[in-house]
Design a binder for this molecule. Structure first.
Ligand SMILES: [Zn+2]
Length: 411
């Protein structure tokens, strides 16, 4: 390998900063010496990267409690005291605004919820009020904002293209609109992708680069993580399993088509059927209370929901052959036996070798954590969006440390 780096000094600086952040994200607070050793670059290179990250308020310096006598080394950690990010989750019935640290911790005391308003303008007004209360009262610098939306998203243009369950965002550049109101950069993320990020950072997908996340809520979505990246398809529509047809000439779906999976296996489909059964409007929270209380007719409706959901899950297993399939949804939290039923039904329907190779697990992550994680990812990955590509083009089969030794020269 040549000792001459193929990259411009500015890009090299950014790569070094990203490597410092990644080390702290993976290993926790570290000293400059530890970083120099671990990343494999000189101390002055690390010092320069750290100084830039301190300036942009992504890192904070703390005393090294473990240091012995003599002048204590300083440790660097992801900012929590002086900086924050704002996460916003939107759904058809409720919206939430939270503040979080750069290490992904959501401040439990900084959570505001409100029922989803009837118009886009009212939604923006509520978001502005809640977010500004965190921005002005915390005494911290706000570095960015993320909003998760139950919609097909054009990530390139940052536009919510289509949402069957929150149609007021259709065609809206909601990230840009929030950015204009708050004066801070705002990224948007599909809610199934936010759940996948949360599982990867805080849940059981930490070591996984290939997995599927079924997001079962009012609607049904799918997060597809392939080789550590989201599979979004050519136009961002990948994963829209809720609108796959499963019933010929079935009920009308909110997307305008007939017989979609959502018409028989979503929360709203269950709400409609149980409401008909009881002769009055019933929401999913009450459906679950009735099921937990032993109402057999309501439980039968939920089991029927699982029968249909298993068809969708089996399709995904057959098409994608995932190693791990996470299932997220309050239905499965409230009635764990429905998760077992869903897996059992899927095993009956999917191809034997594919389903035998797939582990099913209930998701541990949350939409709020995932939305906060999306802002942090944006802030850190935007330093070098294609870090892995750069590293692999540099490595040519060598270990990362030797790459850094030879090519990430002080810049
Ligand atoms: Zn549909």
């Amino acid at each position: 390998m040549s000792n001459v780096s193929p990259f411009q000094p500015k890009l090299l600086s950014k790569i070094n900063e990203r490597l410092v952040l990644r080390m702290i994200q993976e290993r926790g607070p570290s000293t400059r010496s530890e970083m120099s050793k671990y990343i494999g670059v000189t101390f002055p290179t690390v010092a320069k990267a750290v100084s830039s990250l301190l300036e942009s308020q992504l890192l904070e310096e703390i005393d090294d409690a473990s240091a012995g006598p003599g002048r204590p080394a300083k440790r660097l950690r992801l900012a929590s005291e002086n900086s924050q990010v704002i996460g916003i989750t939107l759904s058809g019935d409720e919206c939430t605004v939270v503040a979080g640290d750069l290490n992904g911790t959501v401040h439990k005391e900084s959570v505001l919820r409100f029922p989803t308003p009837a118009t886009y303008e009212l939604l923006l007004a509520e978001i502005e009020t809640c977010a500004k209360s965190f921005i002005s009262s915390s005494g911290k610098s706000t570095l960015g904002v993320g909003v998760s939306v139950p919609a097909v998203i054009d990530y390139g243009k940052q536009v919510a293209i289509m949402s069957a369950n929150l149609p007021l965002v259709n065609g809206k550049s909601i990230g840009k609109d929030i950015q204009n109101l708050l004066g801070h950069e705002c990224v948007i993320i599909h809610d199934s992708h936010a759940l996948s990020l949360s599982e990867r950072l805080h849940g059981n997908a930490k070591e996984l680069s290939n997995f599927v996340m079924l997001d079962h809520c009012i609607g049904i979505g799918l997060g597809l993580m392939v080789e550590g990246r989201f599979l979004t398809g050519d136009s961002g529509f990948a994963g829209e399993i809720g609108h796959s047809p499963v019933v010929l000439d079935g009920e009308l779906c909110k997307c305008g088509k007939k017989g979609c999976l959502e018409t028989v296996a979503s929360e709203w489909a269950v709400e409609e059927r149980v409401s008909k059964l009881l002769g009055r409007p019933v929401q999913i929270s009450e459906v679950l209370e009735l099921a937990q209380g032993g109402n057999l007719e309501v439980m039968q409706e939920l089991e029927r929901m699982c029968d249909y959901l298993a068809i969708g899950v089996a399709h995904v297993v057959n098409i994608l052959n995932p190693g791990t399939f996470f299932i997220y949804g309050r239905v499965f939290e409230a009635c764990p036996k429905l998760f077992d039923l869903l897996v059992e039904k899927t095993e009956e329907l999917a191809l034997k070798p594919s389903v035998a190779a797939c582990s099913f697990a209930r998701a541990n992550g949350s939409l709020l954590d995932g939305t906060v994680a999306s802002v942090i990812n944006y802030l850190t990955d935007s330093l070098v969006p294609n870090l892995e590509d750069y590293l692999s083009s540099l490595s040519q089969g060598d270990s990362q440390n030797s790459i850094a030794d030879e090519t990430l020269v002080p810049s």
